[in-house]
Ligand binder design. Structure first.
Ligand code: TRH
Length: 457
C-alpha cells in the first residue's frame, strides 16, 4: 500500500511558491523522461500515461519508464509497441543507458512519479552526460493530488539531493490540485473535448436503454458498501444501468450479489456468475486485458436495476464514460480528477491508508468543493465500512427533480476549467527553470537553490 504524506523537506511556514508562468517559449519541444513504479492499482500508471499522452499531443517527446507495463495493454493499446507518436515505452532502467544502441539522448525534463527514484545506474550516466553538455534537466517529483493545505505549501519547493551522482542538484515538488495556486489537474479526453456521445462507436455498447434508464458508473475498492448501494438502487423507482468496471469493482459486485439475503430476493437476480470469498480479491494488481472490448457485456437484472460488467477500457473511453454517466462513483486520484472536470455528479472513494491519512484528505477535498450536506452524506456513506448488506442511508440521487447536484457539478467543472492545467504548468516551469532557451540552445546550469527558490508571496 502506498502512503501519501507531505514531503519532509517542505516547510510549513513557507509562503505559497509559484511555479507560474513567465513563459519563454511554450512551443519549444522538450524531451521528457517519466519514471513510474507501479505499486498496486492503476493510479500510478494511469497518471503517468495521461501525462505522457498529453505532452506528446502538444508536440513534446516522452520516454515512459515502467517497472510493470501490463495495465498499459488495455489502458493505451499499442503504446508498449510504439504505436503512439511521440511516446516510447521502456523497461525500468536498471542497466546503463550508455550501453543501449542507439545511445539515448539526455532529456530536458525528468519526472519522478509519486516519490519513485531514478535508478542509480541510470542517474550516474545521465549526470555525466549533463555535465559534459553543461545542461541540467529540470527535475520534478510529481506528487499525489490533494486539497490539503500542505500540498499548496509544498508545491514548487526544492528538495536538495544530498547524496549519489546528482549530489548538490535539486528536485522540485509538483503538487496537482484544485486551486489556481496548485499544479492544476491533468486534462483527459472529456476535459479536453468537453463532451462525448453514446453514439460514438467506442461507447455505443454501454449506452442506456431508450426508456429513460439512468447510468451509474462504478469504479470502487472492495471495501465500498456495494451491497447497500445495490439495495438502494433496487429500492429506487428509477430504472438504472450500473456499469461495473473490470477488476476489483466487478469482483466486489459479484460477491455482494452472491451474499444478498434470500429475503431481499437473491433468487430474483439473474446471476452473472457468483464468486465466493476465496476468489474475492482485495487489491487490484495491474492486469492484462481478459475480455475484448467488443464482446457482449455480461449483464444481470434485479428489478429496475440492470448490472452490466465492463471490460478493461482504454483510458480515453473511460474518460468519455465519465462525461456521459448520470452519476460516477470513482476511486483514487486520477479518476476523481477526470470525474470532477467532466462536470457530472460524482462521489469519491478515497484510497484507504493504514494510518488513517485518508480521513483529513477526504475532508479537505469536500471543503475545497464547498460540498453541501447531501454530498457529504454520500461521501461518508461511501467511505465508511458498513457490514455486508447493511442498509444505505436515504441517499439522494442526481436525477431527482429537485436535485441541484447536476448544476453544482457543472459549475465546479466550469470553475476548474479556468485554472491552468497540469501539463501546461509543468512545461512552462521546465522552460523557465530548465536548461533550454526557446530556440533550443543550452543555458549554463544555475545553482539549484537559485533556480528553484520559491518566490516571495
Ligand atoms: O486505480 P486507482 O485506485 O489508483 C490508486 C490511487 O491513485 C491511489 O492513490 C494510489 O496510491 C494507488 O492507486 C496505488 O484509481 P485512479 O487513481 O483513479 O486510477 C485509475 C486509472 O485507471 C485511471 O487512469 C483510469 C484508468 N482506467 C482505465 O483506463 N480503464 C478502465 O477500465 C478503468 C477501470 C480504469
Amino acid at each position: 500500500m502506498t502512503t501519501h504524506h507531505p514531503p519532509s523537506t517542505a516547510n510549513a511556514n513557507d509562503a505559497v511558491p509559484s511555479l507560474a508562468p513567465q513563459v519563454r517559449g511554450s512551443a519549444e519541444p522538450l524531451l521528457c523522461d517519466i519514471f513510474c513504479q507501479v505499486i498496486d492499482n492503476y493510479g500510478d500508471i494511469g497518471v503517468c500515461w495521461r501525462l505522457a499522452a498529453d505532452l506528446a499531443q502538444r508536440g513534446h517527446s516522452v520516454r515512459l519508464w515502467l517497472d510493470d507495463k501490463r495495465a498499459l495493454e488495455w489502458m493505451a493499446p499499442g503504446a508498449a509497441q510504439g504505436d503512439w507518436p511521440g511516446i516510447s515505452v521502456h523497461d525500468w532502467p536498471v542497466t546503463n543507458p550508455a550501453d543501449s544502441s542507439p545511445a539515448l539522448p539526455l532529456a530536458d525534463v525528468w519526472i519522478e512519479a509519486f516519490g519513485c527514484n531514478i535508478p542509480s545506474v541510470w542517474l550516474q550516466s545521465q549526470v555525466q552526460a549533463a555535465n559534459t553538455l553543461a545542461q541540467r534537466p529540470a527535475w520534478i517529483n510529481l506528487e499525489y493530488l490533494s486539497a490539503e493545505p500542505f500540498a499548496l505549501r509544498s508545491h514548487g519547493l526544492p528538495s536538495p539531493v544530498l547524496q549519489g551522482p546528482a549530489r548538490g542538484w535539486a528536485k522540485y515538488f509538483f503538487y496537482p490540485g484544485f486551486s489556481p495556486a496548485s499544479g492544476g489537474l491533468l486534462r483527459g479526453a472529456i476535459a479536453q473535448a468537453g463532451t462525448a456521445s453514446w453514439a460514438e462507436p467506442a461507447l455505443a455498447a454501454f449506452a442506456p436503454a431508450a426508456s429513460g434508464e439512468r447510468t451509474v458508473l462504478l469504479f470502487a475498492y472492495a471495501n465500498a458498501p456495494i451491497a447497500a448501494l445495490l439495495q438502494a438502487l433496487h429500492r429506487s423507482a428509477q430504472a438504472v444501468q450500473l456499469l461495473v468496471t473490470a477488476g476489483q469493482s466487478a469482483d466486489a459486485v459479484r460477491f455482494a450479489l452472491a451474499a444478498l439475503p434470500s429475503t431481499v430476493g437473491a433468487s430474483e437476480v439473474a446471476s452473472p456468475g457468483r464468486v465466493n470469498r476465496s476468489t474475492f480479491i482485495s487489491g487490484d494488481i495491474p492486469r492484462a486485458a481478459t475480455q475484448s472490448t467488443t464482446a457482449a457485456l455480461e449483464e444481470c437484472h434485479w428489478g429496475p436495476l440492470r448490472l452490466r460488467f465492463l471490460p478493461f477500457l482504454p483510458q480515453s473511453t473511460f474518460d468519455q464514460l465519465l462525461g456521459l454517466c448520470d452519476l460516477n462513483l470513482v476511486r483514487g486520484e486520477d479518476s476523481l480528477a477526470q470525474a470532477v472536470q467532466a462536470g457530472k455528479p460524482c462521489v469519491w472513494q478515497i484510497y484507504p491508508q493504514d494510518d488513517g491519512a485518508h480521513g483529513p484528505k477526504l475532508l479537505a477535498y469536500l471543503e475545497a468543493l464547498a460540498a453541501d450536506a447531501p454530498l457529504r452524506a454520500w461521501h461518508s456513506f461511501w467511505n465508511g465500512t458498513p457490514a455486508d448488506n447493511q442498509a444505505a442511508p436515504e441517499l439522494t440521487w442526481p436525477w431527482e427533480p429537485d436535485s441541484t447536484w447536476p448544476q453544482n457539478a457543472h459549475a465546479l467543472a466550469t470553475r476548474l476549467a479556468q485554472n491552468k492545467d497540469l501539463s501546461s504548468q509543468l512545461i512552462e516551469w521546465a522552460l523557465q527553470r530548465g536548461t533550454k532557451t526557446p530556440t533550443g540552445q543550452a543555458l549554463n546550469p544555475r545553482p539549484p537553490e537559485v533556480c528553484g527558490a520559491p518566490r516571495p508571496a
